[in-house]
Design a binder for this molecule. Structure first.
Ligand code: TXA
Ligand code: MG
Length: 352
């Protein structure tokens, strides 16, 4: 526990058959306006009563999140959507039938009962029904929609286990319900149904191809353009000097990564390399971590955030990450990696 903060209690709960006593206890904390971190199938959420503005305001202060970034409301029953949203298009009902409970968040015009703080002042609200027995029971017993962003500090990586939540928010949250590792490891797809054609605002657990099967046309608001070994600022928790290079998937990708690693090493830098298992042994003298099998991108998505977090203990100066083909789940992984690249770095200038 950090000095001057409250004690965070951890409830270990069986993920497929959650112990009701513990869930009810956590639900009571939500009802009383407290904060409970809990697992969903995607990542851990930082939950508060979604209809209680004061409780929701704690989410923003604890995460250090700007007030204009809206929260997702999590529900335990499909029909609750009719209390929270209005003008629900027919397609929304089809999507709900097929993808809920699951990693699809729908943005719809909001109903009056939702506090402004939840939607960051917007007229729309994001809603999803998570596919995790602990989350569903917690919402059910709290008898309210639970507002929950990912349970990490603003700008950091989403947590995929209780320890990640503790690393970021110990002493700031009342309870962490520990249901083990999340099953997908990457956040939900956010789909805006308030515009036509519908727009994917964030790629995630449900891929574009599956949405198109139901909706026909969907617009993807995402940066798909290829980048040539861009370097950028990285989250300080991963890499104290804050540098990351993402190398696009091309024929020469691994050679390019090897060259970069060797250039940095020669200039006295401690280099981290994040690669798929197939390429593990191709980088001598660097801190190499495996994200998963290239043939099985689901495992790469599952391990992405925990692998990035694990670099924080390695005291590296620069992280060189293997990029993926921008398609399906590979696109989601690239989207999350690319978030770290917002500023160009001149690699040669950067030598010691
Ligand atoms: O998988 C997930 O979605 C996880 C778990 C905990 O459910 N939650 C999550 O929440 O990733 P958060 O707050 O980290 O990301 C929610 C995203 C933000 O990018 C936010 O801008 C967007 O959803 N969003 C929320 N409400 C919105 C709205 N009314 N209009 C447009 N975007 C919205
Ligand atoms: Mg987040």
């Amino acid at each position: 526990m950090k000095k001057g903060l409250k004690k965070t209690i951890i409830f270990k709960v069986n993920s497929s058959h959650p112990q009701l006593e513990k869930i009810k206890n956590a639900a009571n904390v939500i009802k009383q306006g407290g904060l409970v971190a809990f697992p969903t199938e995607t990542v851990y959420g930082l939950g508060a009563d979604g209809l209680n503005a004061k409780a929701c305001s704690k989410i923003f202060s604890v995460k250090k999140r700007p007030a204009n970034i809206p929260l997702i409301l999590h529900i335990a029953s499909k029909k609750t959507i009719f209390d929270l949203a209005k003008k629900i298009p027919r397609e929304a009902e089809d999507l709900i039938d097929i993808f809920w409970p699951g990693p699809l968040t729908l943005v719809l015009p909001k109903s009056r009962i939702i506090p402004q703080i939840v939607t960051g002042g917007l007229d729309s609200v994001a809603i999803r029904m998570p596919n995790n027995p602990i989350a569903l029971k917690l919402i059910k017993y709290a008898k309210t929609p639970i507002a929950a962003p990912s349970a990490n500090l603003y700008g950091g990586h989403s947590p995929t286990c209780a320890q990640h939540v503790l690393d970021d928010l110990d002493g700031c949250v009342d309870i962490i319900v520990d249901g083990g590792k999340t099953s997908l490891g990457i956040e939900s797809t956010v789909l805006d149904l308030t515009v036509k054609p519908f727009r994917v605002l964030r790629v995630g657990g449900i891929i574009e191809k599956d949405l198109r099967k139901i909706l026909g046309k969907v617009k993807l608001v995402d940066n798909r353009k290829k980048i040539k070994s861009p370097a950028g600022n990285f989250h300080p928790s991963v890499c104290p000097s804050g540098k990351m290079i993402l190398v696009e998937k091309t024929k020469g990708q691994i050679g390019e990564m090897q060259e970069l690693a060797s250039r940095f090493r020669k200039s006295g830098k401690r280099v981290g390399v994040m690669v798929t298992k197939e390429n593990k042994n191709k980088f001598n003298g660097s801190v190499v971590k495996v994200i998963g099998l290239e043939k099985d991108l689901k495992t790469c998505a599952l391990n992405l955030f925990s692998t990035l977090r694990s670099f924080s203990k390695e005291n590296i100066d620069v992280l060189i990450a293997q990029g993926f083909k921008r398609k399906d789940i590979g696109l989601t992984i690239m989207n999350r990696l690319q978030k770290n690249i917002d500023k160009d770095i001149d690699i040669d200038k950067d030598k010691k």
